[in-house]
Design a protein around this ligand. Structure first.
Ligand code: NAD
Length: 263
């Protein structure tokens, strides 16, 4: 792979103040892309982390749009275009989880998970496509999940949203198949981020076991490898989709999950 093949390009990564999104933004910046960060909480520390790994000359901007609000997504896309000219790489990554049985699932949690995990990808994609098509180059990467390919109990909204985003990925890829715009999904298994740490902590508390035991149990239920995937490994997959070798990779949902969905 040639060095800095994303220089002079711009990548917008939703939910990049933490976890997987931060790892993806760091990888894209390493290959020379300017970054538009998004997400809640402190953004100065992750911004410094991105810049520390970035290729020379990379700039990082931040927009705090709430991915559950279409008007704020439109504002973020306009901000990216004004700041850097255009979005060449769109990574829809921001996501939330809520765990409950269907009959107990709070309606407002269902609506929030669908809005943030699924509808935000539709809004960002529809707003990014015109400039990508005009340039005849673009990469849309949707962070789905192993839960975009298989289900688990008590995660109805999350699994529905992630299966939905795999479908949206295929349609986006097909509608642009004769252009230089590709769309693919990344389907991680367990990645040790704040989103998963909360689930491990809840398991430990519920069963009165240590964090380490809860972590091993979580992995053992799903992943034959008994290993977490890392944001760095996912970053390399995103780079492959963006590289010249990824030119004709269209509409895949690529699992990086320690064997989770191979079973
Ligand atoms: P995380 O909690 O570490 O990070 C989530 C990011 O999204 C943060 O930057 C947060 O501020 C942002 N965010 C949350 N709600 C938002 C909103 N309404 N608007 C804007 N930003 C918002 O989580 P993570 O584990 O890094 O998850 C990132 C993505 O990866 C999610 O889509 C998640 O479903 C997916 N995923 C995670 C795992 C895992 O094991 N961690 C596995 C498969 C898929």
């Amino acid at each position: 792979m040639s060095t800095n093949f994303l220089s002079s390009k711009t990548a917008l990564v939703t939910g990049s103040t933490s976890g997987i999104g931060l790892g993806l933004a760091m990888a894209l910046a390493r290959q020379g892309a300017n970054i538009v960060m998004n997400g809640f909480g402190d953004h100065e520390t992750p911004k410094a982390q991105i810049l520390a790994q970035a290729a020379p000359g990379v700039q990082v901007a931040y927009h705090g749009a709430d991915m559950g609000k279409p008007a704020e997504i439109a504002d973020m896309m306009a901000f990216a275009a004004t700041t850097f000219g255009r979005v060449d790489v769109l990574v829809k990554n921001a996501g939330i989880q809520h765990v409950a049985k269907i009959e107990d699932f709070p309606i407002e949690k269902w609506d929030a998970v669908i809005a943030i995990n699924l509808s935000s990808a539709f809004h960002a994609t529809r707003l990014a496509l015109p400039a990508m098509k005009a340039a005849n180059w673009g990469r849309i990467i949707n962070v789905a999940s192993a839960h975009g390919l298989v289900g688990s109990p008590e995660k109805s909204a999350y699994v529905a949203a992630k299966h939905g985003i795999v479908g949206l990925t295929k349609v986006t890829a097909l509608e642009n198949a004769t252009t230089g715009v590709t769309c693919n999904a990344i389907c991680p298994g367990w990645v040790l981020t704040p989103l998963v740490q909360k689930q491990i902590d809840a398991k430990a508390t519920a069963q009165g076991i240590s964090i380490d035991a809860a972590s091993k149990q979580l992995l053992g239920e799903k992943e034959p490898s008994m290993q977490f995937t890392t944001p760095e490994e996912l970053g390399e997959l995103a780079l492959f989709f963006c590289s010249p070798a990824g030119n004709n990779v269209r509409g895949v949902a690529w699992n990086m999950d320690g064997g989770w969905v191979a079973q």
